[in-house]
Design a protein around this ligand. Structure first.
Ligand SMILES: [Zn+2]
Length: 501
């Protein structure tokens, strides 16, 4: 790995933009897609602020993220303390990695930071998060100055699409996933959506599906059978991560894969043998690792070659985190990774020339076709602190943005941007979007051609001059005798030519 503190050009620019924004306002949201190096940005900011003697608190919302952040800070040589139950803290360190839940309960125990960096800041609306942010954004009880706040998020909006303008005053936008793929920082991908789960009548819990019933529906034999069949057809033996609804659901999926002869295992945030499982997966001893979304945030494992989506969700954030897991590139050694050409060649020559996404949750399928409408992983998404604009609201309170973003091939189930031909198998889509007038024109043309063929057939059946005259009369010709003679002579000539050769 390259020098971890050497930022990529665009990352350096993002840091500069964030600093500039912090001169004007107190709280900035730094957007950066999964795989764009969010943790590297955080480490850089924390490191350089600490060098100037400032206190920094980095807030995360899960234990596994504490460990992962700690690993990154270790790598780049930033000393830190940890604020979380079950960890021995060191309150004298300038940099603190904190569980936001613990932090909220101990707000008065620790000196206020100069810079507070909440990770996954799209959770800002949750009461715990808001409490910490609000506390630091205001002056302290003894008049301590307010902290600067830099929220990090790949998907800066709440589950219902609402923006984060209440907590952040400015947003700095990172590169798009499409650009990162084009530059060779993320892997190219192919996406297939081979099944469409029936989720009719399922209850919702807030804005997303209620887990219990959803898990049972997705664990249904036909769906799971289809998952194993598709994996065999499109991804046989490639390292796959499955994203399930619940542990029970995940265990059912694992059992089906095992029955089909694959080496599969379940993993979740509480698995005691988590590190062993991951090592076995990386070495190929396990082909299919099935999980619940506990590992979808901040779980960095470039070895994943296939993402199997089995968790229907209305959360764009959750969807993008899951597909983001499989887009981490694997570079073959011996290439110059400082250049775009080098990176692209290194991906093409590596063990994962492209990532496979198998969507059995219809998360990518357009809404009017019954899917969740999240589109493709690298669609352009215009983030803003105001949130997504709603065009209209349906009876169920869901937004119904009617824009068609994807097209699905009926032959190979590949999902791609609207195009006349399937990128996967070359299937030609019947042309769409024609006007009624055009359609009528086409229909007339078809009728005209059919009639022509029919007439030729009728003519060919007519053996004698008399038969031809009868046809000419039936067609209402002015001179049926003349026409019949003309056809008859032409036939005779052809016959003579044939014999003359
Ligand atoms: Zn196709």
């Amino acid at each position: 790995m390259a020098d971890p503190f050497k930022l990529r050009d665009y990352q350096g620019e993002l840091i500069t933009q964030t600093r500039d924004a912090l001169r004007e306002v107190n709280s900035v949201l730094l957007q950066c897609p999964t795989g764009g190096g969010k943790t590297a940005l955080a480490a850089f900011m924390a490191g350089s602020a600490a060098k100037r003697g400032n206190r920094i608190t980095f807030g995360v919302h899960r234990r596994e993220l504490i460990k992962q952040t700690a690993k990154t800070f270790d790598k780049v040589g930033i000393p830190y303390g940890i604020i979380a139950n079950g960890f021995t803290g060191d309150r004298h360190q300038l940099v603190q990695i904190a569980s936001i839940e613990t932090l909220r309960r101990r707000l008065d125990w620790y000196p206020r930071p100069h810079l507070y960096i909440p990770d996954e800041a799209h959770h800002a609306g949750a009461a715990t998060w808001a409490e910490v942010i609000d506390s630091y954004a205001n002056k302290g009880p003894k008049g301590e100055p307010s902290a600067k706040i830099v929220g990090l998020s790949a998907t800066p909006e709440r589950l219902d699409g609402a923006g984060l303008g209440r907590w952040f005053q400015k947003m700095v936008l990172g590169p798009s996933p499409a650009w990162l793929i084009d530059q060779g920082f993320l892997s190219p991908y192919r996406l297939f959506a081979p099944s469409m789960p029936d989720l009719s009548g399922l209850k919702k819990n807030g804005a997303d599906f209620a887990r219990g019933a959803l898990g049972e529906r997705m664990a249904g034999a036909s769906i799971v059978g289809d998952v194993v069949k598709t994996y065999r057809e499109l991804a046989h033996g490639r390292k796959a991560m499955v994203f399930c609804v619940s542990i029970k659901h995940s265990l059912a999926v694992v059992e089906q894969f095992q029955r089909a002869g694959y080496r599969a295992a379940h993993i979740d945030g509480d698995s005691p043998n988590r590190d062993e499982l991951i090592a076995a997966f990386e070495s190929g001893k396990i082909e299919v690792l099935s999980s619940v979304d506990l590992v979808s945030e901040g779980f960095d494992l470039p070895a994943i070659e296939v993402a199997i989506l089995l968790r229907p969700t209305h959360s764009l954030s959750l969807f993008l985190q899951q597909v983001g897991r499989v887009l981490r590139p694997v570079y073959a050694p011996g290439y110059d990774l400082e250049t775009r050409e080098g990176r692209i060649a290194a991906i093409a020559a590596g063990p994962k020339p492209y990532a496979l996404i198998l969507d059995h949750s219809a998360n990518t399928i357009d809404r009017e076709k019954g899917g969740r409408g999240h589109g493709l992983p690298d669609d352009e998404r215009p983030w803003s602190l105001e949130g997504r604009e709603r065009k209209k609201r349906g009876a169920g309170g869901e937004d119904e943005e009617a824009a068609v973003t994807t097209r699905q091939c009926p032959q190979c189930f590949r999902v791609h941007r609207p195009a006349p031909i399937c990128e996967g198998c070359g299937f030609e889509f019947p042309s769409m979007g024609r006007t009624v007038k055009e359609l009528e024109g086409e229909l007339q043309e078809v009728e005209r051609k059919t009639a022509q063929v029919e007439r030729k057939r009728e003519q060919a059946k007519a053996q004698t001059l008399e038969d031809l005259i009868a046809i000419g009369k039936a067609r209402g010709m002015k001179n049926p005798h003349g026409w019949a003679r003309h056809v008859h002579n032409a036939r005779n000539q052809k016959t003579q030519q044939r014999y003359a050769r």
